[in-house]
Design a protein around this ligand. Structure first.
Ligand SMILES: C[S@@+](CC[C@H](N)C(=O)[O-])C[C@H]1O[C@@H](n2cnc3c(N)ncnc32)[C@H](O)[C@@H]1O
Length: 225
């Protein structure tokens, strides 16, 4: 089980150390996973549960909760939002029963161990939001892609701006991102390009209030375990 976290909701924001790579995910990018990418990879399987083990302030996991009935969240840093506090790379951090989906936007330097660990712990699927260039690299090839090619490599056609410490809905970026998805028992599919227009169509009118510069201090989720 995830070690007990701090469930008290704090009134003020807490700033994580730079080394933790806290770059919140724009909500529309997670909706693109749920609406466009996973349906292509899951082969009809219905996701009943999900876990974001690097949830930060909840920008991704709160969007999981829009579509998935049972959602868990944890992070190595206590952002004061009531989510469990746990190091995903600690062998003692587990989740029972296994969640159908383990999905995350991992810290860049430990993205590889994150994916490997998630593949060991998922009940069905793993989804990682990483730079498109992550698909190359000798180390990643040897330690992951050669024996565990993703079921679906899904680059965004549009850019997904991520800014340090907060979601800025008006930001831009030169960096390209993609979802990498592994589904147990489903062989690799042809790449899928996440179509243009998602940033607009998958952004909801209340996203700025829910996830923007000064989001509410309490999580929308039920208490994390
Ligand atoms: C790029 S942010 C993603 C935050 C959030 N999931 C989102 O999409 O908005 C990476 C997160 O990983 C967390 N993190 C870094 N190392 C971790 C570890 N070993 N175990 C769990 N979380 C970790 C950071 O605190 C940070 O919140």
């Amino acid at each position: 089980m995830i070690p007990a976290g701090h469930n008290a909701v704090m009134a003020s924001r807490r700033e994580p150390p730079d080394s933790l790579d806290f770059f919140p995910t724009p909500p529309w990018a997670t909706r693109a996973l749920l609406r466009h990418v996973l349906p292509r990879a899951l082969n009809g399987y219905h996701l009943a549960s999900a876990w974001d083990p690097a949830c930060g302030e909840g920008h991704m996991v709160e969007v999981f909760a829009e579509d998935i009935a049972i959602v868990k969240a944890s992070d190595v840093f206590d952002y004061g939002r009531g989510y469990a506090v746990a190091d995903f790379l600690d062998p003692g951090t587990t989740m029972t029963p296994r969640p159908d989906l383990i999905g995350f936007n991992p810290p860049f330097k430990v993205a590889l161990p994150f994916v490997r660990r998630a593949l060991d712990m998922t009940g069905c699927a793993v989804a990682a939001l990483v730079r498109t260039a992550w698909i190359e690299g000798v180390e990643r090839y040897g330690e992951l892609f050669r024996d565990h090619p993703p079921t679906l490599f899904a680059p965004f056609v549009e850019r997904v701006p991520m800014t340090k410490g907060r979601w800025d809905p008006d930001a831009s970026t030169a960096t390209s991102y993609a979802w990498f998805v592994w589904v147990e028992g489903v062989s690799p599919l042809a790449p899928f390009w996440i179509p243009p227009g998602c940033r607009q169509t998958l952004t909801r009118p209340d996203d700025r209030r829910r996830f923007g510069v000064a989001p509410p201090s309490a999580p929308l989720l039920l208490a994390a375990e």
